[in-house]
Design a protein around this ligand. Sequence first.
Ligand SMILES: Nc1ncnc2c1ncn2[C@@H]1O[C@H](COP(=O)(O)OP(=O)(O)O)[C@@H](O)[C@H]1O
Ligand SMILES: [Mg+2]
Length: 622
Amino acid sequence: MAASDRVCGDRSANEPRPAPPCHILPLRPAVSRGARDERRAEWRRLWRLWPYLRAHTLRVSIAVVFLIAAKGASVLLPIALGRIVDSLDRSEHSAAVVLPLGLLLAYGALRLVSVLFGQIRDLVFGRVTEHSMHRIALGVFTHLHALDLDFHLSRRTGGLSRDIERGLGGIRFLLRFMLFNILPTALEIVLVAAILFYHYSVWFAVIVVTSVVAYVGVTATLTEWRTTHVRESNRLDTRANTKAVDALLNYETVKYFGNEAFEAAHYDRALAGWADAMARARRSLGLLNTLQALVIAAAVTAMMILAGERVVAGTMTLGDLTMVNAYMLQIFLPLNALGFVYRQLKKALADTARMFALLEVEPSVRDRPDAVALDADRPAIAFTDVMFRYGPARPILQGASLAIGPGEKVAVVGASGAGKSTLARLLFRFYDPDDGAIVINGRDIRDYTIASLRAAIGVVPQDTVLFNDTIGYNIAYGAAETATAADIETAAELASLSDFIARLPEGYDTLVGERGLKLSGGEKQRIAIARAMIKNPAILVFDEATSSLDSEAESAINGALAHLAADHTTLVIAHRLSTVVDADRIAVMEDGRIIEQGTHTALLAADGLYARMWQRQRAEAA
Ligand SMILES: Nc1ncnc2c1ncn2[C@@H]1O[C@H](COP(=O)(O)OP(=O)(O)O)[C@@H](O)[C@H]1O
Ligand SMILES: [Mg+2]
């Protein structure tokens, strides 16, 4: 497989330029690609919400019915008000005025209905919003787990969680407001314009339509321009947050180097940038609000002049004037909100952009369509001429070949940085080789489903990170669904953990702290070993699994490991050669190649690199 196959996404297929490698893939929304592309992208993002609405057709339809009923009632309100004024107007009647009780009651009923139906609509629709957010959040979570190791190594967790949080907030907004604010407001404006046109003159309708168009135009144009400021403040907000989270995660390192002030200054600069961007955003908001108020004032004045003239001329009653005025107020109230909604809408769309961009990143390590399940008891593994590089700059594996027979224990030794852990990562398919192949039981590992391949491999990694939970939870994690208390104790026993745990007042319920920071390196490693034992996979990979242990603990564990390795195919990566003398074969790695292999005695006899390493370590031990 060529190096460019490891590129993220399928964009590379029709792109002449080589696409960037995964770990520098930018996750920016399309900002500078022109307004039209941007708008099209926004529509696409809105459209992505449709399936979630469609999943709840009944609830959505009921909500829409109540919405239309509520709007209908509120459009009738000014008419009722006008009639009431007319029937109370002494100048219209020569006789004494009677109380229009029926009209007054109808007025009250309409008001109640318009509010009540709105409430019912919210009740019915609420579940749709939560359900959709639930599904989207879960989708993002699963997708993030499907993405490559490289993606996660180069992402900042703080920024990532902010993007997701904001994206979900944006979706909640879009679902609610598209349906319950923009659509009903548009409906109301059309109804009012029609009523005014039908009852009085085309001029009233013209004023309504013109002012609405001007209002929306001003809002849209200014908001468009404002969005850059809002986006900039979002970006700086994320950056400041990432900085803070990173500094807190590295709490110990910060202390070691006395860099509290340095970190604070960094954070200070990030926050200052954010505050400036916020100020710019606020100023632009002030301008927008002023212009909107100008449009409203002009429209209401024009309308009242028009109506006033007609009352003077006798073609309109006082009731009509009241009604027109009520309509104007009623339109501009939601329209006022429309300005807010439009701004929020743009913000929501910008917020969701980063989250949807996350969903569009495709993992480069994927199942083939015809992948089969790996099901092997004592599998044979063969690395043949494996070539691999993480980035374009530096080749790491340069034709590594290594065979591990069924049930064999093979050790890989070599200097730090030789590429030993990389072999294990390729076997686990965190990455695929650029060239050459890794074969299990005669088939390329890319022919197996990733899930079955990974289920068959138990890894004790070089650096163990634990969940911020109890020791028991972290051990049971190896078989999260099935481990019993007895399994956990057996595994702890095998990993020489039981004495340590017995001394803890809380025993297995002891919390390990974030990433396991409350435990020593050796204790963490032993938990990782216990965890791999509980998984009980066909293939075991120990990546310097005992490097943090002292010799005594190491030899205690090695007994257990030897016992475990006896009926498993085992790859041991070791730094201390004394731990692998009993291996069926030892391979010496240098610069991404296996340069020697054989049993301990054979390698000593060959008097090569291994013999020299052995002598050096013996001398150090003495
Ligand atoms: N994700 C990565 N991106 C880029 N380079 C990496 C990455 N992981 C490891 N490397 C580099 O690859 C080389 C081999 O790493 P590794 O296989 O971990 O060595 P070791 O033999 O010590 O286990 C090292 O020089 C390391 O810096
Ligand atoms: Mg390593």
